[in-house]
Design a protein around this ligand. Sequence first.
Ligand code: F6R
Length: 364
Amino acid sequence: DKGNHRHFMEKEIHEQPEVIGHTLAHYLDFVGGKTKDIALPFDFAKLDRLYISACGTAYLAGSIAKYWFERYARLAVDIDIASEFRYREMPLSPNSAALFISQSGETADTLASLRYCRSAGVPIAAVVNVQESTIARESDAIFPTLAGPEIGVASTKAFTCQLSVLASLAIRAAVERGFVSPERERELVRELSETPRFASAALKLDRQIEKLARELAQVKHVLYLGRDTSFPLAMEGALKLKEISYIHAEGYAAGELKHGPIALIDESMPVIVIAPHDRIFDKTVSNMQEVAARGGKIILITDTEGARRATIDALETIILPTVPELIAPIVYAVPIQMLAYFTAVFMGTDVDQPRNLAKSVTVE
Ligand code: F6R
């Protein structure tokens, strides 16, 4: 049932504050300001490596989680596309664990990667939305996302719930590995607890984003740029746009611009820059200047401070609330999803059932 929404995708985008809240509450004790004790098939304190593999949007959630595990828990992460990992014959460290991320829990390549790790004797955990799935059954532990059934083929609420689980796990790992004091843990848990409120605020930008989408629906190519956790989010923005609007889009690390993609820049290709005001914001501003100098049109998704500091022409800005660094990718996912959604609506595509795509990819 779509309720009063035109598409399941729109409904699922709007459910996010609620389902993110449910998911976080499963892993975090908001009142006590602590991560909950979770049963694990390995000891975070003894790991020297975590292997994450997944496909599509779930892979991009894992790519964001790499920054979190490495930054907060000082745990090195290898992130792989499952269809590559399964055939790569990678040597696995004896002090490692493997984490698989899958909404459906049935993705063939992700399952094959899991079985590769199983045969190597590595402990296995999975972040899944469907708890009675094959991947869930074959894992030693599951970390559920409590997103509820996701009907739209383009993943939205499952993605932000995956991020919510992964952020909670990264903080838990940081605690167990001794890199986070009880005070810092309390602060990070409080920051996470505010995600639903910020996601709701982001949803209120729908009218502005719909207007922008009307213009985006006229173009042939779009480039998304970001640094740090905004880099995988840029790839997620591009993936979402191409799969439902069929507009060609690419996501790049902003610092890679001058190593090739800058050759594409002209007036006809909008550049969407995802850049909360953080410690590397100024680096992203210089990339935007490079784009503007070549006549490129920029759509900047940032916060108040970022908008104040980015003094560049040809700029359209989407201003989100100022959020803690940890939760920025979860909050910034919302305008990215809405932009793809409204663009697809203007293009008149079948938003919930885009051509050539299936919700669950059970063949390789
Ligand atoms: C993108 C999308 C796909 C899936 C991918 C993995 O919007 O939905 O890229 O994320 O097929 O699917 P799961 O998570 O079910 O393993």
